[in-house]
Structures are given as structure tokens and as C-alpha cells.
Design a protein around this ligand. Structure first.
Ligand SMILES: *Cc1c(COP(=O)(O)O)cnc(C)c1O
Length: 384
């Protein structure tokens, strides 16, 4: 392959344009740049799109998870079920509450929590479960609700803006939903997160917790009749607010979400079709009833049939300018949790396999057909 044929395809780049630039003007010109009217507008649109009563913006999905657990009543010493293959912050949020993350293995076919392993992990201390909608594919919340009605359900929908299960959007399926607007997700505000719920009391609690425990927001106070009276503080809260600069970006990005997903859907189908002849590469499974959000397109390498090991395939592609990543990491194999929970790699064989053999290939809204064809050709050329 000569140099002018070589392409350079990042794993992901945000899709932003002139509309995002222009949206930043209003908060900059008004001078109201922390949580204010733009955050409110973003929340209203997000709630509508995800068919929930309340959406509350926060600084990122990790802080969303922390507040969701607190608002669900997770106390020190409680146990919270967490899939063993997810971004580390799903488990970290449990530790922030001085509760214990109890890992549950995942199914390598979906990369999501293994439903038939949940029951064995439940004790008298189990308060909640955090099913993760990994890479934009919903976990089966309907099943969890039906068989484990005693558990509070916090959806980690970091990757799942716009995803759905049986016609119901992510974030409307459990007690509280948590979303991320990190640049690796399909819509972004730089950093940013969102909480969703249909429960009025939980929403009010979350609203206080994200804003130092204050009974009303700064915007309400400044624009109310007595701005000089400080609010009441009845909870130990946090400053997990989103800025209005981010809110302004979020309004524009959310307006593009459905178009982004439609395009990703089309290219995911293209990949799946063109890669189906490679016996060593399993393309993502999307069962009946699932609307995938395609935050990432994650394949699974069968090393017993593959021409080389997963990491060598990643290196081969890297040399050709194609970025890849493992889907994510196995929490039980990270030093911090291996030590804290005293677990071994083979305690969670599904998560171990996903950690070792998953491979995310580029799928984002700045790619063109020639990029997809280049990647498809590179994968085929591996056969020699
Ligand atoms: C990205 C991600 C997070 C963290 O989101 P931040 O907004 O970066 O805090 C949490 N869980 C999952 C599954 C993620 O993919």
C-alpha cells in the first residue's frame, strides 16, 4: 500500500459545526454561563425525546451515576450490582456512596449483564442494580424489573442517548437513567451528563444534590422576587452542575441525534453485511425489539480461527491508519477492583473474554463511504 492510499481514521470524532459555534453566543452575550436557561432548554428537549417527566443536566455521567444512587437511597454498606464489563466509573460511583459494587458477569453476545447470573448475587444488603446499555444496546430492563422488583434500577445509559427497548427509550426504563455527553458518545457537550426519571420526589432530590443541596437553583433565586435571600440547605449536596455553554451545545447536538443514529444505523448494517464472510470476526448482535444507538461498533475476535491475535490485528490496522480499541475494560481485572473485591480474571469468564477479544472499529458521523470500504478491505487483507 503506498502513502497516498493510506487513510487516517480515528476511532471517533465529534460532529460539530457552525450551529454549535453560533449557539455559544447567547450565553456569552447574556453573561449567564452557569446552569441557566440553556440547560433548562436542553433538559426539556431531552426529557421529551426520551419520554420521561424529568431530565436534569449534570457535569458528566459519572456524577449522574453518583447522584442517582444517592437519590435511590443507597446507603453506606449497601450492595449494588454492576456488570463486570463496563467503563470503570459505573463501579466507582457505587464506591463514592461507601457502598459495595458486586460484579455480575456479562454475555459476550450482547456485552451486557448476564440475566441468569443476577439472582445468585443478591443478598439482604442488595439495594440497587446498574444495568449498562453498553455501546448503545439496551440491557433487558423489562426482565430485571419483572424478576427483581425489590431492586432500584439505575440505568447506565452513558452510550445510549436515543436507544430503545421494545419501543421505550433508554432512560425511561428504570428508576433513574444516566447519560454522558463526553466526545466519545454520539452527541457531546465536551463533558456533560443527564439524569432522567419519572419520579417527582427523586427529581427534586437530584435537583438539590447537584447544586450544593440548595432548595432552589441560582437562576430561580436571581430571577425571583427576593434574590438577596439565600435558599435553604437540607442535604449535603455537590456542585455537579452543567454550564449554560454546555447546555447551548447540548440543545444543538440533541437536535442532530436522530439523524446521527440513522446514519450510524446505515453504516453499521453496511459493516455487518460486508464483514459477514470473515469467520473469525463476530459482528454486533441486535435482537428483535432493540433499537441500537450505535455509540460504538464493537466486534468480537475468535482467536481460534483468526489469522492473528486480537492485539496483533489492532496493530495491523493501526499501521494502516485505522484506529481500534477494545470495547471497554473488565472491571474485575483493573488493579483497584481486583484488590478491593479480591477477584481473579477467570471469576468472570464472559467479562474476561470481552476484555481480551472485543474490538471496536471506527463508526462516527464524520466518516465517508471510502473510509468504511478502506476498513473493510483492510480486515479482508488480513487473511493474506
Ligand atoms: C462513558 C461512560 C461513562 C462515563 O461517562 P462520563 O460522562 O465520561 O463520566 C460511564 N459508563 C459508561 C458505560 C460509559 O461508556
Amino acid at each position: 500500500m503506498n502513502d497516498n492510499q493510506k487513510r487516517n481514521i480515528p476511532i471517533s470524532i465529534p460532529s460539530m459545526g457552525i450551529e454549535e459555534w453560533e449557539a455559544l453566543k447567547a450565553p456569552i452575550e447574556s453573561g449567564w454561563i452557569t446552569q441557566g436557561p440553556k440547560v433548562k432548554e436542553f433538559e426539556t428537549l431531552f426529557a421529551k425525546r426520551h419520554q420521561v417527566k424529568h431530565a436534569l443536566a449534570v457535569s458528566n455521567c459519572t456524577t449522574a451515576l453518583h447522584l442517582a444512587l444517592l437519590a435511590c437511597g443507597v446507603q453506606p454498606g449497601d450492595e449494588v450490582l454492576v456488570p463486570a464489563f463496563t467503563w470503570v466509573s459505573t463501579a466507582n460511583a457505587v464506591v463514592y456512596c461507601n457502598a459495595k459494587p458486586v460484579l455480575v458477569d456479562v454475555d459476550p453476545l450482547t456485552f451486557n449483564i448476564k440475566l441468569d447470573e443476577i439472582a445468585a448475587k443478591i443478598t439482604s444488603k442488595t439495594k440497587a442494580i446498574i444495568p449498562v446499555h453498553l455501546f448503545g444496546l439496551c440491557a433487558d430492563i423489562d426482565y430485571i424489573k419483572k424478576y427483581f422488583p425489590q431492586l432500584k434500577i439505575v440505568e447506565d445509559g452513558a452510550c445510549a442517548a436515543g436507544s430503545a427497548l421494545n419501543g421505550k427509550p433508554a432512560g425511561s426504563l428504570g428508576d433513574v437513567g444516566c447519560f454522558s455527553f463526553h466526545p466519545r458518545k454520539s452527541v457531546t457537550t465536551g463533558e456533560g451528563g443527564m439524569l432522567t426519571t419519572n419520579d417527582d420526589a427523586i427529581a427534586a432530590h437530584l435537583d438539590r444534590l447537584r447544586n450544593h443541596g440548595a432548595s432552589i437553583s441560582e437562576e430561580q433565586r436571581h430571577h425571583g422576587p427576593k434574590p438577596y435571600i439565600l435558599p435553604a440547605f437540607e442535604d449535603v449536596g455537590y456542585n455537579y452542575r452543567m454550564t449554560d455553554l454546555q447546555g447551548a451545545l447540548g440543545v444543538v447536538q440533541l437536535g442532530k441525534l436522530d439523524q446521527f443514529i440513522a446514519e450510524r444505523n446505515e453504516w453499521a448494517a453496511y459493516y455487518t453485511n460486508k464483514l459477514s464472510d470473515l469467520p473469525w470476526l463476530r459482528t454486533p448482535l441486535v435482537a428483535e425489539g432493540y433499537a441500537h444507538g450505535w455509540q460504538s461498533y464493537v466486534t468480537f475476535i475468535d482467536e481460534s480461527k483468526a489469522p492473528m491475535k486480537r492485539n496483533d490485528i489492532m496493530e495491523f490496522l493501526q499501521q494502516r491508519g485505522i484506529a481500534t480499541r477494545p470495547g471497554t475494560h473488565a472491571v474485575h481485572m483493573l488493579g483497584v477492583y481486583a484488590n478491593m473485591l479480591n477477584v481473579k480474571p477467570n471469576d468472570f469468564p464472559g467479562a474476561f473474554a470481552c476484555d481480551q477479544y472485543s474490538m471496536s472499529i471506527p463508526l462516527h458521523n464524520k466518516m465517508v463511504k471510502a473510509d468504511y470500504d478502506y476498513i473493510i478491505d483492510a480486515l479482508h487483507s488480513l487473511n493474506g
